[in-house]
Ligand binder design. Structure first.
Ligand SMILES: [Zn+2]
Length: 151
């Protein structure tokens, strides 16, 4: 490793420690020339965040895709882009906090519904109608009735 202070590559490792989930190793290093101390983090390569779909198929996690589905649901509704982005970044945090860096599409969908339900009922119904994939008009009407009942 090149010393960030003096540019020498004459360093030694003082300490290696694995993160609690075991997916990361942090090394404490010291420059042999100027004694500057710094840390490096080693991670498993290719551990790209994944979304696990209902059928078990894994897809790469994609923030843009989630944001787009929110924008469709919130079109012409009083939900700001900042609020939508906040929802997306919360989901991203959940993925990154998972040791395997995975999240189920179900968890994403339910989190979004929970947030939209609080912010805007129309956006919620729009999102739910796509997400829940209502197979008959009765179940959709049932959902709308539930919301109407809760004000
Ligand atoms: Zn140095």
């Amino acid at each position: 490793m090149i010393c960030p202070a003096c540019g020498s590559s004459n360093d030694r490792v003082l300490d290696s420690r694995a993160s609690s989930d075991g997916f990361e190793i942090r090394r404490r290093r010291e420059c042999g020339d100027c004694n500057y101390r710094f840390s490096t983090i080693e991670r498993i390569e290719g551990l790209v965040p994944k979304v696990v779909k209902k059928d078990g198929v894994k897809q790469e996690y994609n923030e843009t895709k989630i944001l787009n589905s929110l924008m469709v649901a919130c079109s012409k509704r009083p939900v700001t882009k900042e609020e939508m982005q906040a929802i997306v970044s919360n989901i991203t945090d959940r993925v990154n906090n998972n040791p395997k860096r995975e999240i189920s599409s179900r968890e994403i969908g339910e989190y979004i519904m929970e947030q939209l339900y609080k912010k805007d009922k129309v956006a919620y119904v729009r999102f739910a109608s796509v997400y829940k994939d209502f197979t008959n008009p009765e179940s959709f009407a049932e959902e709308v009735k539930k919301i109407a009942g809760n004000g």
